[in-house]
Design a protein around this ligand. Sequence first.
Ligand SMILES: CC(C)(COP(=O)(O)OP(=O)(O)OC[C@H]1O[C@@H](n2cnc3c(N)ncnc32)[C@H](O)[C@@H]1OP(=O)(O)O)[C@@H](O)C(=O)NCCC(=O)NCCS
Length: 184
Amino acid sequence: MDYTAHPTAVIDPGCTIGAGTRIWHFSHIMPGCVIGENCNIGQNVVISPDVKLGRNVKVQNNVSLYTGVECEDDVFLGPSCVFTNVINPRSAVIRRGEYLRTLVKTGASIGANATIVCGHDIGRFAFIGAGAVVTKEVAGLRLGRRQPCASNRLDERVRAQAEIRRERRSNLSRKWAEIHALGR
Ligand SMILES: CC(C)(COP(=O)(O)OP(=O)(O)OC[C@H]1O[C@@H](n2cnc3c(N)ncnc32)[C@H](O)[C@@H]1OP(=O)(O)O)[C@@H](O)C(=O)NCCC(=O)NCCS
């Protein structure tokens, strides 16, 4: 066993966990999960059956990764961010087998307490702001913000300012992507 797990963590049979990965207090890794090398799984994290995480994925405290979620290498999941896997849950209806897939691509970061509505991929190096609600696919090298539709109501001046900010952030993300590429 080349990974470390706190004694309070529960790791079910049938998981594959890469070397150098650390799993902290009270976290539960369920059957069939595949977790890459050098990941950090924080406190009180639940990883449901068959979830896949790439290498160097950092999962902060209180995150639940439901079946259907996949994170590629170098993904950062901020504290208490929320994934979903059923689009129309009803207590009285069994939705098993109707899980929607959510792919978080290489280098993407999701801010604290953001909610990702299932079935929407998050692009390479995308940055989802704290508290955002993702209801559409997020392109790579972009910044996701709360209420994606709200921008329709912005007046021209605010729209222009937002465009400048987006451009600046996109450049920053591009630089980060280049630095990342050099490190490989
Ligand atoms: C999205 C983020 C990267 C933006 O940082 P920034 O580029 O420094 O942005 P600024 O602080 O200059 O804010 C620019 C504007 O966006 C707003 N804003 C910033 N973050 C926001 C967010 N998460 N949701 C909604 N609006 C946000 C600011 O209020 C500001 O609005 P204004 O122009 O009307 O004043 C940052 O706010 C964020 O959410 N980081 C994630 C932090 C996190 O979750 N870390 C987890 C590990 S502890």
